[in-house]
Design a protein around this ligand. Structure first.
Ligand code: VG1
Ligand code: CO
Length: 543
């Protein structure tokens, strides 16, 4: 075994997006592509002596190859210790838990999250810092800049390590430990929720269907839900992680989780349905024939948090990404706590959580979490709902309807236009931005425009500024349309249009969302000429 230094040529475009560097598997398979990015990362991180690094991924195609590469490079870089999930597995929330519980200096997550996997799918890599959360923009930008100057890569000439059995190995002076990927995560959950109450709920015959979409959530859900909490075998379905996620799209929304939605609409539907994504940080909650909007889910959790042991002392504050509906703002106002509005992506919640300013946070894209770790956490959300149902005796639908009855309903939808030529998407955003100054005061969708701007965020803890985070057009009543381009896609551009309208009248709470939002869809078309620029008559996906 010996240290080797290889010459390298920089690759274009290694700039991390909303959540790490995501590209087609074929891009990552180019010789040197992954090595260059990891070298840039290590160069930015500097001296590794005495430090512990955690490595793991969502088990998708290329996970194992990438892990072996990273282990060799971590040894060459001089880490004291590297912890690797058995089989190369660590869900994103489990990674966050391991970093925090074992005082690691950081971790490398191998995942493209909700993006499809397999040889023709996507792969991704993301660095998490010592607080367990995604590296902030200052770090990801430094990695990108460094990636343009990588002219040599340091590694070790050594055979692959066996990842499938627990144990300890040595590479140069680095100790490599293969750890149980679920233990730390389960310990964190046990400390938050009333497991006895959830166990009693299942013992009374409560039926859950949890679809982990052939992705990494399976082993965690099996251990906790069917193991410790005593739910019957078969409660967790599609639970064996596959490298191609069964050739399905591991994104838990009603469009992709069609099988779950069908089960929840059947005459003998279970009491609650849920699904998690590729790396198990997202969640979708479904009642009997009743899909819960992620923004409403966050608001329900906030409203009832003190019923959960881990949050009994109350919430310091809450945070949501800008496009997420204002349902949680209304709950926060009632509770008398602060509500922060951040740009899209979990990395913006880290500072607020570290500073103790917020306890719960969430995004419209099926992500919810809290200060227990520094990532969103799919199974945590499922446990939270189960605990709430156990102690309130209310169904999923009753809990959501109670929220609407008290605060009105924030009718919400996201329309995605996928695979647009990048130049067209950029032109749409450019024209839209140019039109903003003329909009305030004009009447759109029957109301004057109150605010038309490009969202910019100043982090209240470190003063860092993130601009151009999404164009928002807000009407006098608070109804709004938000436009932004996705930062996680790998083919062309994806335009996301977020639509929200507050409906105080309970007799109108059951109107289909798309119908209630039709005037805002027309507004979007009028202002942004969506058809013209995308060449599409309807969105590719509506959630
Ligand atoms: C999307 C979501 C965003 C989420 C991100 C990562 O980003 O909109 O809310 O934080 O994915 O989620 P974008 O830039 O494509 O809109 V995950 O579960 O893919 O790590
Ligand atoms: Co994810």
């Amino acid at each position: 075994m010996k240290r080797v230094t290889r010459p390298a040529t920089p690759f274009e475009g290694q700039r991390p997006g909303t959540s790490g560097l995501r590209k087609k598997v074929s891009v990552f398979q180019q010789p040197g592509y992954l090595e260059n990015f990891v070298q840039a990362l290590f160069n930015v991180l500097g001296d590794a002596s005495g430090k512990t690094l955690v490595v793991g991924g969502d088990g998708r195609y290329y996970n194992r190859v990438a892990i072996q590469t990273i282990l060799r490079m971590a040894a060459a870089h001089g880490y004291a210790r590297v912890l690797v999930g058995q089989g190369g597995i660590l869900s994103t929330p489990a990674m966050s838990a391991v970093i925090r519980r074992r005082a690691a200096s950081g971790g490398i997550v191998l995942s493209a999250s909700h993006n499809p996997g397999g040889p023709s799918g996507d792969f991704g890599i993301k660095y998490n810092i010592a607080n367990g959360g995604p590296a902030p923009e200052s770090v990801t930008e430094a990695i990108y800049l460094r990636s343009r100057e990588v002219h040599e890569v340091h590694t070790v000439d050594s055979p692959d390590l066996p990842l499938d059995a627990l144990g300890t190995h040595r590479l140069l002076d680095t100790q490599i430990e293969i750890i149980d990927p679920v233990a730390d995560y389960c310990a964190v959950q046990r400390a938050l929720f009333d497991f006895d109450a959830i166990r009693a709920l299942f013992a009374r015959g409560f039926r859950l269907r949890l679809d982990t979409m052939w992705a990494v959530g399976g082993p965690y859900a099996k251990a906790l839900i069917e193991g410790e909490l005593g739910a019957p075998a078969g409660t967790v379905v599609n639970a064996t992680p596959r490298e191609d996620f069964g050739d399905l799209h591991p994104d838990p929304n009603p469009v992709n989780a069609t099988d779950l939605i069908a089960h929840m609409a059947a005459a003998d539907a279970p009491d609650m349905g849920a699904a998690t994504d590729g790396d198990a940080d997202r969640n979708m909650i479904v009642g009997r024939n009743f899909a819960v909007s992620p923004s409403d889910s966050l608001a329900v959790l906030a409203a009832h948090a003190t019923r959960i042991p881990g949050y009994a002392a109350g919430l310091a504050g809450v945070a949501r990404s800008m496009p997420t509906s204002t349902a949680v703002d209304r709950v926060a106002a009632k509770l008398g706590i602060a509500c922060y509005e951040t740009p899209t992506g979990w990395k913006f919640f880290g500072n607020l959580l570290d500073a103790g300013k917020v306890t719960l946070c969430g995004e419209e894209s099926y992500g919810t979490g809290s200060n227990h770790i520094r990532e969103k956490d799919g199974l945590w959300a499922v446990l939270f709902w189960l605990n709430l149902i156990a102690v309130t005796g209310k169904s999923v639908e009753q809990l959501v309807r109670a929220l609407w009855a008290e605060h009105g309903r924030c009718v919400y939808s996201r329309h995605d236009y996928e695979g647009i030529p990048t130049a067209q998407a950029d032109a749409l955003m450019r024209d839209l931005r140019a039109a903003l100054p003329g909009l305030p005061g004009t009447v759109l969708a029957g109301e004057p425009v109150a605010i038309a701007d490009d969202f910019a965020y100043t982090d209240p803890t470190d003063g860092s500024i993130s601009s151009k985070q999404g164009v928002r057009i807000i009407l006098r009543s608070g109804s709004r349309v938000v436009f932004r381009l996705s930062g996680t896609g790998t083919e062309g551009a994806t335009l996301r249009i977020y639509l929200e309208r507050h409906e105080p009248d309970p007799s109108r709470h059951d109107l289909p969302a798309q119908q209630a939002l039709a005037p805002l869809v027309a507004l979007a078309e009028q202002v942004a000429r969506v058809r013209h620029f995308t060449g599409m008559d309807t969105p590719s996906v509506m959630t």
